[in-house]
Design a protein around this ligand. Structure first.
Ligand SMILES: [Fe+2]
Ligand SMILES: [Fe+2]
Length: 416
């Protein structure tokens, strides 16, 4: 009956529309949810993995790969590949399907990859996987340049990805691009910060052959001891920055004191001691991020002692931060294990023995205990850092005067 048939058709059509609305609504919910999460992630790898998972789920795809454009090398590389056991894929921009999308900024949606001459079947040959349908979409950054490429493979339950799928990927890709650029910016700034403080540390160590590589080594030892005491995340980062910068105040100490091969007299020693206070003063000019504010304090306290007889403040134990106690132990560890003008490199046994004797009055016994429990790691780190030790031929101590060449020059010039 025509009327009944029309009614039945209308019912089916209405159900389809409502199904479609429900699906679109559900997709929108997922896109919004993913977008919200994306904006809060600053770790690029975590961010991309999250995006790849969401894309695979949303588009009913079997696999997903996210490529990032490496502008320096004009290549794209697979930063995240879900569902494949294969290693990193790198290819020039303009080559292959993903490379073509990176070059043109245009979406490529194809039902049969093997029918497209741009498709590279090699990875399939190696893995035994069969690529059928492919949807490849550009991630465009703020300046209009392609910064990455999304690729989803093999639509489940259909032989191709639909235009709805393209729309979904477009919505996700736009938020993803912002999030990726943010994360890249954070990573770049982090690298800038890290290399800047590493450079400051190298500058200090370069002033005196005797302490060449000292700040780098103290940092590595402090990290090992800190980890041994259960520190992680931002606590380790603070320790690392404080380790690298702990002797920064030495920049204000004259060469003739800093590089004096023999024992310093009381006045000279008092002058030398000022470096700890100077470290705090200089670092106070740096605007550390909120959770790193303790760094100058940790660094400036590295010569404080548990018995309150340290410098520059003579602080009682309870006011010395844990980070400073760790840097203090790492500082002593390096002074003992590395060769100096006035002493050879001590063995690990002798170093630990001497540090045990310092536990309580000078060093925190809990930190010295961690030095023992981290012994294996410290030994390994010590070996890996030996190449940074001062070289005997660099000392250039002359037999007659006992002064280094730079000390003699400084003495003649009336002080550097
Ligand atoms: Fe120091
Ligand atoms: Fe030091």
């Amino acid at each position: 009956m025509p009327d009944e048939r029309r009614r039945a058709e209308r019912r089916i059509k209405a159900r389809r529309t409502s199904d479609r609305r429900a699906t679109t609504g559900a997709r929108l919910d997922v896109i919004l949810d993913v977008t919200r999460r994306l904006m809060s992630i600053t770790d690029l790898d975590a961010l991309l993995r999250d995006m790849a998972e969401a894309t695979t789920r949303l588009l009913d795809a079997d696999r997903a790969t996210i490529f990032i454009v490496d502008r320096d090398r004009n290549e794209i590389w697979s930063r995240v590949a879900l569902g494949t056991g294969s290693g990193e894929i790198r290819q020039p921009v303009g080559v292959g399907i993903a490379g073509s999308v990176a070059a043109s900024g245009e979406t490529i949606n194809i039902p049969d990859a093997y029918a497209d001459p741009r498709f590279n079947p090699e990875p399939d040959k190696k893995s035994g996987y069969h690529t059928q349908s492919l949807l490849t979409f550009p991630m465009t950054g703020q300046n209009g340049r392609v910064i990455g490429v999304f690729q989803v493979v093999n639509k489940k339950g259909s032989d191709h990805f639909s235009s709805d799928d393209e729309d979904t990927l477009a919505s996700l890709g736009a938020s993803a691009a912002v999030a990726v650029e943010n994360a890249q910016l954070v990573a770049e700034q982090r690298r800038l910060w890290e290399t800047l403080i590493e450079t400051l540390a190298v500058t200090i160590d370069a002033r005196d052959q005797q302490t060449a590589g000292h700040s780098q080594r103290v940092t590595r030892y402090a990290e090992v001891i800190g980890r041994g005491m259960g520190l992680a995340g931002i606590e380790l980062e603070k320790l690392r920055a404080a380790g690298l910068l702990h002797d920064y105040g030495k920049i204000a100490v004259r060469d003739q004191y800093l590089q004096k091969p023999g024992k310093l007299d009381d006045n000279e020693f008092a002058y030398m001691k000022a470096h700890a206070e100077k470290t705090g003063e200089f670092l106070a000019h740096i605007e550390f991020p909120h959770d790193m504010r303790e760094v100058p304090v940790i660094a400036a306290q590295h010569h404080e002692r548990m018995d309150g007889k340290g410098y520059p403040r003579g602080l009682p134990a309870e006011r010395i931060l844990l980070g400073a106690r760790i840097v203090a132990a790492a500082d002593v560890f390096d002074a003992l294990t590395a060769p100096r003008y006035y002493k050879p490199a001590y063995t690990l046994e002798k170093t630990l023995e001497l540090m045990d004797a310092m536990a309580g009055d000078h060093l925190d016994p809990a930190v010295v205990a961690a030095v023992h429990t981290s012994r294996k790691d410290l030994e390994w780190t010590l070996e890996s850092m030996k190449h940074t030790w001062p070289k005997p031929q660099d000392e250039r101590v002359t037999a007659e005067t006992g002064l280094s060449e730079r000390d003699q020059a400084a003495t003649k010039a009336g002080g550097a």
